[in-house]
Design a protein around this ligand. Sequence first.
Ligand SMILES: C[S@@+](CC[C@H](N)C(=O)[O-])C[C@H]1O[C@@H](n2cnc3c(N)ncnc32)[C@H](O)[C@@H]1O
Length: 250
Amino acid sequence: MATNPTLEQIEKRVNELGPWFHNISLRGVQTAPNHFLGDYPSTKWREFQDAIPRDLTGMSVLDVGCNGGFYSIEMKRRGATRVLGIDHDEQYLDQARFAAEMLGFDISFELLSVYDAPKLQERFDLVLFMGVFYHLRYPLLALDLLRQHVAKDWFIFQSMLRGSRTVPRIEADYPFAERGVFDQPGFPKMHFIESCYSEDPTNWWIPNRSCIEAVLRSSGFRIESVPESEVFICRCDESAHRDPIPFRIT
Ligand SMILES: C[S@@+](CC[C@H](N)C(=O)[O-])C[C@H]1O[C@@H](n2cnc3c(N)ncnc32)[C@H](O)[C@@H]1O
């Protein structure tokens, strides 16, 4: 792409790279102006942007499932020294590379799955894991890999949630004969999607609220705040692991 492309040239490239899931304004050209969720993910970002440090100078960021690069770009805007976006979809990575180039941001994007986290051989001050959990057949494996291999401090997590929103008190243990507790709507549960949800066959597991909170804690993350109904601002927390972690995943 020319250094100073015309609006028509940008528009043409945006169309070639589509369809886009992230709506990003590239010098006035919107990448997904008709998104089914509105101006997405700007609308979501506005709800939790104040829960993340405004100045990321000197910090490294890993954006897992970066898609068209919206959050990677926002992290770079905040001055992060190194931003790496990974995704297992080459088409989305091409979008992210183009978006970063058009906006003049130096961001690395690599074709990697979340399950490749150990290959990175690097820890990041802030890890974004937004909108990927429920797309995974092995979501807890992904969380364990991220916690054990790449997360250092901040962990910004988002998942679609379904089912009860109540978070009941869960005892540390129950007798074998106790059955009723499992029928409580708020007991930690993940809903398994055998074929498709919302016309999307990549949806696998959709947790309820108490489940995702428990899963995050047991993966070694302390939930600091929930600034948006699906967004959990976490910090790495050794004491939060179910102790001791019985195995190390490589
Ligand atoms: C719903 S989009 C979320 C995009 C972005 N993180 C956000 O919150 O707006 C899910 C993204 O996760 C990516 N993804 C799904 N499974 C993945 C995996 N195993 N490893 C890496 N990325 C994955 C998809 O390609 C897609 O870009």
